[in-house]
Design a protein around this ligand. Structure first.
Ligand code: ADP
Ligand code: NI
Length: 220
């Protein structure tokens, strides 16, 4: 990475840290930090990917998430683009990064992902690795508490949503979110390296849920 590129990264780290530090729904600076690290690892395993696009997209991917902006998917790419323009990053890089951020989010169990570039696939895998495993469990309960959702209600069944609108507007419980998103992610990873990591993290969530339901019914 050139000195100029390293400077863009350093400044973006400081910016994202100041914006996301202390956030309590699981979209805090440390989530972004882990996604950035995951993305660097996946990039090192996938030949021919553009490192600066991957790192900038990973760092800026949750700078203005739709969930905190009334469901508007265009705010994230816009805020990221404005930031990168202020650093005088070339337009072609800004376009790639903002395109990735706009296409990143999970939009429902039955809604197909629309990620075309290898860089986008790597960042999407990196973000999704942080949605599963032990950290995935922790973030999901943190989010549920933040959003005021019930932890679990055995009378409510999960829904495999067919639209982004339904996925984001229908009321659900935190445990149902595992069935509506988290347990589906291992089969939606793009890169071979992310698939491998996801397999083990997926198993951990299955173990967690088995024990959760046993304890729910007072079984040892
Ligand atoms: P994406 O990164 O695909 O946009 P989100 O930002 O919606 O995904 O979700 C990131 C994490 O936030 C999820 O993996 C989960 O831990 C938590 N989360 C989001 N929506 C919910 C929900 N309805 N219930 C519980 N956790 C949620
Ligand atoms: Ni994220």
């Amino acid at each position: 990475m050139s000195k100029k590129e390293q400077n863009w990264i350093d400044q973006t780290v400081a910016y994202v840290k100041s914006e996301q530090q202390g956030e309590s729904s699981g979209h805090d600076w440390w989530h972004t930090y882990r996604v950035w690290k995951n993305a660097q690892y996946l990039a090192s395993m996938e030949e021919g990917s553009n490192r600066i696009i991957i790192e900038l997209a990973a760092l800026l991917h949750d700078i203005a998430d739709h969930k905190f902006h009334g469901g508007d998917l265009s705010v994230g790419p816009k805020v990221a683009s404005e930031w990168l323009q202020s650093l005088q990053v070339p337009a072609a890089i800004i376009d790639s990064v903002s395109h990735i951020i706009g296409a990143l989010s999970f939009k429902g169990a039955q809604v197909k992902d629309q990620m075309e570039s290898l860089e986008g696939k790597i960042v999407q895998d990196a973000d999704r690795l942080d949605a599963i495993g032990a950290i995935g469990v922790a973030r999901t309960f943190a989010y549920g508490g933040h959003a005021g959702h019930e932890m679990y209600d055995p009378s409510l069944s999960p829904t495999l949503h067919t639209s982004f609108e339904a996925y984001t507007s229908e009321k659900s419980t935190t445990v149902n979110h595992f069935y509506e998103k988290l347990l589906l992610l291992k089969d939606r990873m793009h890169t071979a390296s992310a698939k491998r990591v996801a397999e083990q993290r997926h198993q951990f969530m299955e173990t967690f849920l088995t024990q959760f339901f046993q304890e729910w019914e007072g079984k040892a």
